[in-house]
Design a protein around this ligand. Structure first.
Ligand SMILES: [Zn+2]
Length: 285
């Protein structure tokens, strides 16, 4: 279903370029009612019809679960687009089936995969922003945005999107790849990690590589980024050149790290990830 190659990192799944202009985001207070499409999320799955289309209608094609209300998130092909989280206990309504948004080989077209990712990211924010992070009071929506304001102390907070760096480390004819415990057998990917206080993205790259592999890098260059809505990261992709040091694996983070010849690369991450985009770009050079 997904492309074999992406012309740029902007075209990777979950980035808005994949929506091809079909989705216009709107805050929930812009809800207009009327017939529209339904994004039914059940766990990590998006429910679609047998044809692969989103269900349409004025009301959702399922009884509303207790205490859950649909959320308007924008317009899809000009029609209202609403999200509804379904509990797993509810079962899948007849005529629909679930497609896993984080599948290695997703069966959804890239625009629905990306729309489902956005919907999941918004639901995660809705679930985690009901209470004020400062005083614990209940929050209410800030009109015209995704912000939440505390009814007790007035503190406002806005969607939490967590920046991570991910880096392909190169030296002539080789890439340094790393493996985490729990990955599929033989799979190697890239060093990655969350930003720390007081760091630029480039500084985070240097620190993460040093901490996880013991290696020093230089010439850190930004390539592009990918929204990663599991639950709400931004992966900022870099290349870096090997500057020295022997590999010493931090086994609290990684199971293994080693140099691979460009003509003998191992099992690599799925093509829908910026990790693979970075590796493919540099194994062709
Ligand atoms: Zn508060």
């Amino acid at each position: 279903m997904l492309p074999e190659h992406y012309p740029s990192s902007d075209h990777l799944p979950f980035n808005s370029s994949c929506l091809a202009g079909r989705f216009q985001p709107e805050s929930p207070d812009r809800a207009s009612g009327g017939a529209g499409v339904w994004l039914l999320l059940r766990g990590g799955e998006l429910l679609v019809e047998a044809t692969g289309a989103l269900p349409r209608g004025i009301a959702p094609p399922v009884p509303l679960p207790d205490g859950r209300t649909p959320l308007h998130i924008g317009r899809w092909d000009g029609s209202p687009c609403r999200v509804l989280a379904l509990p797993k206990e509810l079962g899948i309504p007849s005529g629909l089936h679930g497609e896993n948004l984080s599948a290695v080989e997703p069966q959804l077209p890239i625009e629905l995969l990306t729309l489902g990712g956005i919907a999941g990211q918004i639901l995660h924010w809705q679930r985690t922003s009901r209470h004020c992070p400062r005083c614990g009071g209940a929050t209410i929506a800030v009109s015209g945005s995704w912000g939440r304001a505390c009814g007790a102390c007035g503190y406002e907070h806005f969607p939490h999107i967590h920046p991570c760096v991910i880096v392909v480390i190169r030296r002539p004819g080789e890439l340094l790849l790393a493996r985490k415990a729990g990955w599929p057998v033989g799979r190697y990917g890239l060093v990655a990690g969350f930003l720390d206080f007081g760091e630029s993205l480039e500084e985070a790259v240097v620190r993460e590589v040093r901490e996880e592999t013991g290696v020093e890098v230089t010439d850190v260059r930004y390539v592009g980024s990918q929204c990663w809505p599991f639950p709400s990261q931004l992966m900022a992709g870099f290349t870096a050149a090997y500057a020295g040091g022997e590999i010493r694996v931090d086994t609290t983070e990684l199971e293994d790290a080693r140099w691979f010849s460009l003509d003998a690369l191992p099992n690599l991450p799925p093509k829908r990830s910026i990790a693979r985009f970075l590796i493919d770009q540099h194994s062709r050079d």
